[in-house]
Design a protein around this ligand. Structure first.
Ligand code: ATP
Ligand code: MG
Length: 230
């Protein structure tokens, strides 16, 4: 198991292929210190999601390893890994149920107060209270009554409540207005604070908020450094 981990993540010579002879990752080496936020950027098909798939252990590497605090993720139970590595995907995260259930999803034992605190922290509280039944408002699968930005804030509140040491966030590509963007960036800062995070980033504003940028190209790290360095 991974009892109260720090959140150091190391990718060592990571090689992976979905299909034989077509490597999606060709030897990735990255050393991420606990608490750092990493932006992953690169063209479509460059391997961003694949690296995250291996960190979550959706697949096992062909060669190399993923280490969390020095321990190979292969030697950790899936359950323990899931509690320490949170994933925020932008598309499929609203299910049919109340807003409260949707936020609580990450931590079923959380109290109503904790759910509401999480919503307040990411500045989602006001819009939720303006819904017909506040936190008890029923939303449909895929959350059609919510805007893109609102759905993102709900997913942030959920992640904040789940409180994983390591967070993976696949940023939505859909365009949002400037005001919502500012709100999301503020919420993002709160969500990232004190965690190791990997963001598949599409927005410059998000990239600026990360400590380090990793540029991937055809399964390799092309460049890495801070926003100022690159
Ligand atoms: P995008 O920006 O489009 O999300 P990405 O950087 O996340 O791209 P990956 O999804 O990691 O790219 O894909 C890396 C390579 O692996 C690509 O060549 C892609 O075609 C291939 N690939 C990804 N998923 C699969 C899969 N499930 N089966 C087979 N090949 C896959
Ligand atoms: Mg991807």
């Amino acid at each position: 198991a991974l009892p109260s981990i720090q959140g150091n993540v190391k990718f060592e010579n990571l090689v992976f292929e979905y299909e034989k002879g077509r490597p999606a990752l060709k030897g990735i080496n990255l050393d991420v210190k606990a608490g750092e936020s990493i932006a992953l950027v690169g063209h479509t098909g460059s391997g961003k999601s694949t690296i995250m798939n291996l960190l979550c252990r959706f697949y096992d590497p062909v060669e190399g390893k993923v280490l969390i605090d020095g321990q190979n993720v292969r030697d950790v139970t899936i359950q323990s890994l899931r509690s320490q590595v949170g994933v925020v995907l932008q598309d499929t995260f609203i299910f049919s149920g109340t807003i409260r259930d949707n936020i609580r999803f990450g931590r079923l034992e959380a109290t109503d107060e904790e759910v509401e605190e999480a919503a307040k922290s990411v500045d989602a509280y006001d819009f939720i209270m303006n819904l017909p039944h506040g936190f008890n408002t029923e939303v449909e699968e895929r959350g059609n009554m919510l805007s893109m930005g609102q759905r993102q804030l709900i997913s942030f509140a959920r992640a904040l409540l789940a409180n994983p040491r390591i967070l993976i966030l696949d940023e939505a590509t859909a365009s949002i207005d400037t005001e919502t963007e500012l709100k999301i960036q503020e919420a993002l800062k709160i969500l990232l604070a004190g965690r190791t995070s990997f963001i598949v980033a599409h927005r410059l504003s998000t990239i600026r908020n990360c400590d380090k940028i990793i540029v991937l190209d055809h399964g390799r790290v092309m460049e890495s450094g801070s926003h100022e360095q690159l």
